[in-house]
Ligand binder design. Sequence first.
Ligand code: GLU
Length: 444
Amino acid sequence: MTVKVRFAPSPTGYMHVGNARTALVTWLFARKNQGIFLLRIDDTDAERSKPEYEQAIEDGLNWMGLDWDEKARQKNRDERYQEAIQKLKDDGRLYPCYETAEELALKRKTQLSRGKPPVYDRGALSLNDEQIKAYEDQGRKAHWRFKMLHDPIEWNDMVRGNVQFQGSDISDPVLIREDGSPLYHICSVIDDVDYKITHVVRGEDHVSNTAAHIQMFEALGAKPPEFAHMTLLADMDGGKLSKRLGGKSLKELREEEGLEPMALISLLAKLGSSDPIDALTDIQPAIDQFDFSKFSRNTPKFDSDELIRLNAKILQQTSYADIKDRLEELGLGDIDESFWNAVHNNLNLLIDLKEWWTVANGPVSPIIEDADYIREAAALLPAAPWDENTWSSWTTQIKEKTGRKGKELFLPLRQAITGMDHGPEMPVLLPLIGSEKVKDRLAA
Ligand code: GLU
């Protein structure tokens, strides 16, 4: 059997970290099993679906390096959906309902206040012809529900293990709107059948949908696929993912934060699994190590600080040749290899390079607390040209002359030259700044 999976985003908003994790995990499973990865655009909601969101989904996947073997969309498949729907109607598995949203809300409220689960009471099944005619005369149009069989439903989830439901605990889902258009549930099941999906990977918010979907697969004469329901990510405080980087869209992480895609992949490929989270510069190890059985059912916490740490580690491992094009996009002018090598260990995000660029090129505001010391040091500056040994020969002389050592010797120099008390190593920084600027700053 060839594994075939789908990632099925709705183009009704920008792709965020949670979707990215579902996409990544689905893709890793496909690649690990030499399977087929289908990108399915779930655009049944014509009003909320937008081309720019679909574009952002593709851009996000491309940015992460997740390629797709096939692409499908739901919009053009109405004929096929209607055919399957007709079969379900003929088989008595779809029935028309006339309740308004307000009436349904009231029913739910009453059930809850009596301590009953808010399962649809199937009132529509006992309507007689006269009542139906009366509704239609009022201009009401039917929406259609799928009639669940009141049988046990069971599957062996690749993440959650054995999952059991009772058909009677699940509300008959609405599959067709008043305007006749089919809803996500039935379109998704028909697509999974037609595209021969072998494994459905999605968030645990779909677990009870899956119980209903299994009966829909069976009603259409198809064998249900395997399922993997991923635990949803939470913020550090256990709440819904919304804060700091966890609340950003992929578009923002890419365009505004300048995040390295491999940092996100390193985190999302392992978060919630028993594997350690390491900075990966290549996705292949994540493919090789992928296994659903490693993922736990505990809610994993998304840590923005950890993402930044991974990002920093990846930048440390990135060569000038690999980052050259992105450096040009920063619009700082020509950044050469020696500058990259000097600063890349001191970046959390690529954007931080701007700070070191300013340190090298100015303007900086020198911090000078002990003006006499700085004057003495300035007088000992070696003549240009400078190289990576200049710092050591300069500070050796200062040490001999002043008797200072350690932090007392070095920190005031760094503060005067860079305007900061931390940063890239001074031996590499000094020649980048150059003798003229260093002199000016020491004389400030
Ligand atoms: N469009 C659905 C969603 O984004 C797809 C869920 C599924 O994978 O079936 O939640």
